[in-house]
Unconditional design. Sequence first.
Lengths: 480, 265
Amino acid sequence: MRKSRHEINRYAMIGLLTGGLLLGSLPLLSGCGAAEEDAIVLRVANWEEYMDEGDWDEEDAVEFSDGTILCPESSLVEDFEEWYYETYGQKVRVEYSTFGTNEELYNQITIGDVYDLACPSEYMIMKMMTEGMLEPYSEAFYDADIPENYYVRGVSPYIAGVYGELSIGGEALSTYAAGYMWGTLGIVYNPEKVTVEEASTWKLLLNEKYAKQITIKDSVRDAFFAGVSIYQYDDITAETFRQSDTYAGDMYDKLNATDAVTVDAVENILSAIKRNVYSFETDSGKADMVTGKVLANQQWSGDAVYTMDQAEEDGVELCYSAPEESTNLWFDGWVMLKDGISEAPEKKQAAEAFVNFLSMPENAVRNMMYIGYTSVIAGGDSEKVLDYVNWCYEADPEETDEEDMVEYDICYFFDNEDAVIMTSEDQTRRQLFAQYPPAEVMDRSVIMAYFDAEGNERINRMWTNVRCFDLKSWWEGLAK
Amino acid sequence: MKYAFSRKQLAIPYAVFLVLFVILPLFVVLSYAFTNGDGQISFRNFVAFFGSSKTVGTLLYSVVIAVITTCLCLLIAYPTAYILAKTKMKSGDALLMLFVLPMWINFTLRITALKEILTVLEGNLALHPFLNTIVGMVYDFLPFMILPLYNALAKLDDSYREAAQDLGASKRYVFLRVILPLSVPGIVSGVTMVLLPSMTNYVVLDMVYNSTYIMGSLIGSYFSSYDWHNGSVISIILLVIIGIITVISNRFTEGESDGKVSVLR
């Protein structure tokens, strides 16, 4: 679902090569496996291109405020194996595999693939929790006094709050999942053609002024979110509704409604969107934005950053908006799978250590640099993550007009009064905005739940209806 | 007892393959199509498919795309194959190569190139989704029509044509009453190679930005939402269509297998 900012590149090539070499050397390893036997094997399933593979160019090196320079050569997985041995005196071998969609991961597990640690998105975590597939994190994992517990010490309090409040069957999500990356769902647009106001609502998808010039994601859930936001537009943007004490809960209920009336209304909206848009795209949207084939497209924040970076290289300036009615707060998190972990108790320690290792501030920065998505790690005592944000987005006062300099406040994420970035005005609509949306955007964000069986069936049928050939309206069109 | 090797045993690998990858999956598909989520036998999935104007709409849409694609392929491929088969020069092989060569290049690459060409010609691809789909399909499947036609026409004995001409048949008459009927087996295998795949090849639609589902995309959509039952129903419907077409095309080629050549009636 979330794709890397690097297209197929040398990292992938190196990955392929090492993969090939590893495969080739498998028989050798098993032949002299005596030394390997006492190593814990940790089977990790992650999204494609979703973890730093090292081998950075010098020009990519990040310099932190304490003068240290980050320019890793080996991959995070290799570094973890080394770190685990140094810290716990035990050997661990990571069997790393990747998947392309949440459904693919779920299907693999149900047909018998066994993993110890996986990184599905929020709704799949909820589904897996409901089905009792997950192993809870140990109490020790959440003990902030243990120095190796980088996750609990570094995770953004905002994200920790989201994980703590979201509960399935009376149990908090944080019992079973630890965060990895997060972001919003919004619209990337070309500000020369589409105005900020027009792009500030999902209704842009229905705007006839841009007929056949906008794309929407070919994904039931993302399309449904846009559709239901348009359907509820008047209700959820009303001032009285926004001021209500129960705003957050009401928003969640309204945008996660799967009753027949809502789904039928969304079907009509999505059918109209289908007639108006360029296409429902699976992966072409990013490239089509850069080449200018389309003027706007629905996109996840991390992909938006990638698209804006790419366009910048071609001299085109693109912007990102999180629509005013609501944006979908999504996140991918690490979960331990019962089937795998129950085989050996020491695996649980290794799995939790893996999550902690990824949560070290410099490792979070490595991942953000490589993937382009935003880590849930704020850094805790360490300034490194904030350093990275400043390193990326702080405007040079000598090169920027004073009028263009703005203070961009992301204190809510870092829980730190110093988290105010002095940046250029356009960054408040561009990469910085996509990576770290301001607090008011998060106030109107909604998590999209996993729907129950009945709701799921209704929404899938709605989707089929939208996408199938509509004989009736074709016939009516002919009759005219 | 000494181990005796018989030629029949050569068929064992294929028999194993057949059972494992053709017959078993077919039973899985059948059992999914005729059961509901609780494992009980049910025709509900079929009723749901034929009861919805949307899914039936997509069936018709796929058929229309497939029929137009097949007709266009036939219209383009027949004269091409005929010329190729009748070329006396050695360049015939080179020419044939030219038509088959695209098959050696990855399909995604070809269709991406086509997409760019169409964008240059039309400006905005999304304005003509149906036309683009047909162009993409014809482009993709043309070699599959040319090859069987070429084979049929190349094998055609020239003495039939000469005999008809000697007996006073005009050129048009020779073609309509001698060459065309003799090439029917080639037409039939070309049509079967193009018609069915073009009902399911949804990659072409994706690539040219046609967001309407055809039968293939419908299967994919059901499967990605774990709906094995409805996905299998679509496969069964396609299977029935294949069956009907095979029966009809067998009728056409039966004359030849009897040794009677229908043209000489």
